[in-house]
Design a protein around this ligand. Structure first.
Ligand code: 5AD
Ligand code: SF4
Length: 465
């Protein structure tokens, strides 16, 4: 890569959820006017930012261990600025500076817009700064128009931040603050801007999209989706996450009405036992959850439903855990993310009695994973022989390149591409090359694929068009 004189390099390590992926894009955009361009080489970086996640203890440990490994870089290059951002930064604040003497800046989840000034101040004075100030509402200059790299076919758009639900295990309300929404006009402008840069699919992000705009009196989330659906050039819309208690009939009906809305919903259930759901402060019963699933399926029979499960919540009995396994069988999820309960500071469950031992929690996690693996395989097998529309997101990752970074492909067989169905399943297929411009050829196109084989995590198919 060309080394511009005066060009500075920014390395960002993004940990955690999609919200952090979006925030990293915002960080890069904010830093660009200061002359920073992204690098993937730590040794070349002038500023290193670790965008952290606090959802489970393991994620937090990973953040600190990565920061620890940066010490030799600082010793080599004392002018290097090392910053911690994201949820752990928000949670730990000043404590990070004493624990990590080589860290210059700790900036919280609401401080991204102030990042350029903070970095400039540190570069000029070599001071150390902690900025974990939080605001109750989104300010007009909190977000910049979304950024898309030339290869992005699908990208995220944050529509709201924070959470007011206070599930008893969850750190999010404490590290992302109160729920607050961006204006519909700002969101639409951002999506139009992304589409103009080649994006075909957007995923609207919020901790609880169902309460979008309620506080501010903007419009309902379903009405926002309707506006997004009208954006010319956009092919697909997804959103995440939806709280089951707030999933409205209006939103469910949008799956039937809106042409671009993909038939997939991520609807975290967390547990199948009502007593556990009560202790988690989820405010729905397992019956109410299943009723919503039934309604979704009656409105949109092909809808894929995925979920999150926490195993080993404090006091979870064998019987309560069995209720979760039972719910998994009853619902038949298309995919499941399962997590071992982890104590988080500030989350009320940290003080709950009857904590479950690590060995038992691991055993329960394995049971959930085993159960779901069989179900996912079955769901995938049911698709063999069907024709699926997929949005091609590029070449499959495990392809090999020669010394000149040219793709090594068998000219007869073609190269392997991948994309996703509307139901969010990964599909791989081969396509014989037709010209030299591999990426231009299919990326971003909707293709009809005949599914020929089902694997546990993806599908294999043959292009029809
Ligand atoms: N321990 C384990 N899993 C958690 N999650 C949130 N907080 C915790 C915790 N303390 C899981 C939930 C949530 C997902 C994003 O992470 O399942 O839906
Ligand atoms: Fe956490 Fe519950 Fe809010 Fe989700 S809805 S972010 S689990 S408090």
């Amino acid at each position: 890569m060309r080394e511009d004189m005066g060009q500075k390099k920014l390395f960002v390590n993004t940990m955690g959820c999609q919200m952090n992926v979006y925030d990293t894009g915002q960080i890069q955009q904010r830093m660009a006017p200061l002359g920073f361009e992204p690098t993937e080489d730590l040794a070349k970086a002038d500023v290193i930012i670790v965008n952290t996640c606090a959802i489970r203890a393991k994620a937090e440990q990973k953040a600190f261990s990565f920061l620890g490994r940066l010490l030799p870089y600082k010793e080599q290059k004392p002018e290097l600025i090392i910053a911690m951002g994201g949820c752990v930064a928000q949670q730990e604040g000043h404590k990070v500076l004493s624990r990590m003497p080589h860290v210059d800046l700790v900036f919280g989840t609401h401080a991204i817009r102030r990042l350029p000034q903070l970095i400039q101040k540190i570069a000029a004075t070599r001071c150390r700064i902690v900025d974990v100030e939080m605001a109750s509402a989104i300010a007009s200059d909190d977000f910049m128009l979304g950024h898309a790299s030339s290869s992005d076919v699908a990208t995220f758009v944050t529509i709201m931040r924070g959470c007011d639900n206070y599930c008893t295990y969850c750190v999010v309300p404490h590290v992302r603050g109160r729920e607050s929404s961006r204006t519909p006009d700002e969101i639409i402008s951002e999506i139009e801007h992304l589409v103009a840069h080649g994006v075909r699919e957007v995923t609207l992000l919020g901790q609880n999209v169902n309460s979008y705009g309620k506080k501010e009196g903007f419009c309902s989330f379903a009405q926002l989706l309707e506006r997004v659906d009208r954006v010319n050039g956009l092919a697909r819309i997804r959103f995440t996450t939806s709280h089951p208690k707030d999933l409205s009939e209006e939103l469910m009906l949008a799956f039937d009405r809106l042409e671009k809305l993909c038939p997939h919903i991520h609807l975290p259930v967390q547990s199948g036992a009502d007593a556990v759901l009560r202790r988690m402060n989820r405010r729905y019963t397992s019956r109410q959850y299943r009723d919503k699933v039934a309604m979704l399926r009656s409105i949109r029979p092909d809808i894929a439903i995925t979920s999150d499960i926490i195993v080993g919540f404090p006091g979870e009995t064998e019987e309560e855990f069995s209720a979760t396994l039972h719910l998994i069988d009853q619902v038949g999820f298309d995919g499941l993310f399962a997590f071992i309960y982890s104590d988080r500071p500030n989350a009320p469950a940290v003080r709950f009695d009857n904590k479950i031992g690590e060995t038992e929690k691991k055993k329960r996690l394995q049971s959930v994973l085993n159960r779901q693996e069989i179900l996912t395989q079955k769901k995938n097998e049911a698709l063999t022989g069907s024709i699926q529309q997929i949005l091609v997101d590029g070449l499959s990752k495990h392809l090999s390149y020669d010394a000149d970074e040219r793709l090594v492909a068998d000219a007869l067989e073609g190269v392997q591409w991948s994309g996703r169905t509307g139901t969010n399943k990964i599909v791989h297929f081969m396509q014989a090359p037709q010209n030299d411009d591999w990426n231009q050829m299919l990326t971003g196109r909707i293709m009809q694929i005949m599914i020929e084989k089902a694997m546990s995590h993806s599908l294999w198919g043959r292009p029809l068009s």
